[in-house]
Design a protein around this ligand. Structure first.
Ligand code: ADQ
Length: 477
């Protein structure tokens, strides 16, 4: 059997069961620990200068191959083009896009350099699976270094509509680079459609209509490749077991004791402007405003560890949220009740799962999200005899699958407040039937199914053949 090589920007310092605030790390590690293989990428270290060296460590079936970045590369590739240009654009925040062509050059340079570091570690029959927006030019760089292996790419975040992608000045180079992969995976059908729309209308290429669950064949920039939607999943029964086991632990006991039988609304996110936290706080405020009976009867816990804290947009959202939670608590708190508990730390997976199980509402309302694993983890963690209700944004990829959730538009503050009220009052029989429907879906499309479907299609993807030149399109490898 071929060896699986996973390449991602960050190789998480994952220990079994430990905290891992980041969906890619959680999903990839769950996928890799069963099959074994190698995980290659940035160690998270930033060195002032010098020539970083690869460190290789075996942990069980997984080999971790990691390397540091020098400060300039970190600034241009990671903080700059990846997170100040691509992340906001791909989350439909064209207003936050910052672009500096030197950062784009740094982004391409680091991709080439990382690819060159990987080449000596590769065997001829390895299958290479590259993850996420930091590494769009990676296959092109590997091909330039002579690598002939199959190379697939999975985008964890949304693929934006063409008109939004055009806000990124080198959009054409990016899509051309994507076409160097043999297989492209997106979270949802709408993401795949956006990509195909760009191919047809901006790149003068072709994309056939998907049929019988087979990947779409794309022809553009002189290449033929395949593309499909592979919604990432979780292991629902493993999470359910973690939640059950964690129920008697100290964090949950403390939480219950301080709630004094009040109902609990629970949210967990990385602190990011794409997650819709400000709107979410305001909708909770609207609930308290419009339903005085809910005051002192419900608490909202928001766990949001800061990420990318050295970037302005992230400092701004943090300040804004601290202001909002202080304002709302000041407005409604009583001597024995704080409406919003806003917590910045990371927790172990078991503690999070147990807190999900102890809560009445999972409140997951991103403005845009590729998938959102928290929504899937929340449902998985519920007690089948007394499940909580998921309130979910229509703009999370998970909303394409989780039909049993109360689906909301995160900018509709009144609509979200109503959904919270509906969730808090929902009868047991309805909660159970919604839970059963979602749990069946999560079991059917768990994280192994995600990995196996992608790997099956990547193995089947033929070698990349040149296609006839389309008028007006430059052919490039
Ligand atoms: P993220 O944007 O990181 O992931 P998400 O899918 O919700 O978003 O994953 C977050 C993960 O981190 C979850 O597993 C969650 O339990 C964990 N986590 C969050 N806060 C935590 C905390 N305080 N302590 C411990 N763990 C915490 C990206 C995309 C998503 C996509 C995933 C996977 O943005 O859209 O679903 O990748 O593809």
């Amino acid at each position: 059997m071929s060896r699986l090589i996973i390449v991602s920007n960050r190789v998480a310092p994952i220990s079994e069961g430990g905290p891992a605030a980041g969906g890619l790390a959680v999903g990839v590690y769950d996928a890799l620990k069963e099959t074994g293989g190698m995980w290659f990428g940035w160690s998270g270290d930033v060195l002032p200068s010098g020539q970083p060296r690869i460190s290789v460590e075996e942990r069980g079936p997984v080999t971790f191959a990691t390397i540091g970045l020098v400060r300039r590369d970190y600034d241009q590739y990671y903080r700059g083009f990846s997170n100040a240009t691509l992340w906001p654009a791909f989350h439909y925040r064209a207003d936050l896009v910052q672009y500096d062509r030197h950062d784009f050059e740094g982004y391409c340079r680091v991709n080439t350099w990382l690819a060159q570091q990987l080449v000596p570690l590769l065997r001829p029959d390895d299958v290479i699976w590259v993850h996420d927006y930091h590494l769009i030019p990676f296959a092109k760089a590997l091909r330039a270094a002579g690598v002939k292996n199959r190379i697939g790419f999975f985008l964890h975040i949304p693929f934006p509509a063409s008109q939004v992608l055009l806000a990124v000045p080198p959009h054409r180079e990016l899509v051309e680079s994507l076409c160097s992969f043999d297989l492209l995976g997106f979270q949802t059908e709408p993401d795949l459609r956006s990509f195909c729309d760009y191919i047809v209308h901006e790149a003068n290429g072709t994309a056939d209509a998907p049929a019988n669950g087979r990947p779409t064949t794309v022809q553009a920039f002189g290449r033929t490749l395949h593309a499909a939607a592979y919604p990432i999943g979780v292991y629902p029964d493993e999470i359910a077991e973690l939640a059950r086991a964690g129920e008697s632990g100290k964090p949950v006991r403390t939480m219950r004791a301080t709630l004094h039988a009040r109902k609990l609304i629970m949210s967990v996110d990385r602190l990011d402007y794409s997650k819709g936290l400000v709107e979410r706080f305001r909708a909770f405020e609207r609930l308290l405003e419009q339903s005085p009976a809910q005051r002192n009867k419900v608490s909202f816990v928001q766990i949001a560890p800061p990420t990318r804290a050295d970037m302005h947009a992230y400092q701004d959202i943090r300040v804004q949220l601290e202001g909002e939670s202080g304002r709302i608590n000041g407005r409604f708190a009583e001597l024995d009740w704080t409406p919003i508990r806003y917590i910045h730390r990371q927790y172990e997976r078991q503690v999070l799962a147990a807190l999900f199980r102890a809560s009445h509402v999972g409140y997951v309302t991103p403005l845009r999200d590729g998938m959102n694993l928290v929504a899937k983890e929340y449902v998985s963690a519920q007690d089948p005899d007394d499940p909580g209700v998921l309130v979910l944004s229509r703009f999370a990829g998970a909303a394409q699958e989780l039909n049993g959730a109360l689906i909301v538009n995160p900018v509709d503050i009144d609509g979200m407040a109503e959904a919270l009220a509906t969730a808090l009052a929902m009868p047991l029989a309805e909660r159970q039937s919604r839970y059963r429907e979602m749990m069946a879906q999560l079991r059917e499309n768990n994280v192994s199914v995600w990995r196996d479907n992608f790997m099956r299609d990547l193995q089947a993807a033929g070698s990349v053949e040149p296609v006839r030149k389309h008028a007006g399109v430059s052919l490039a490898d």
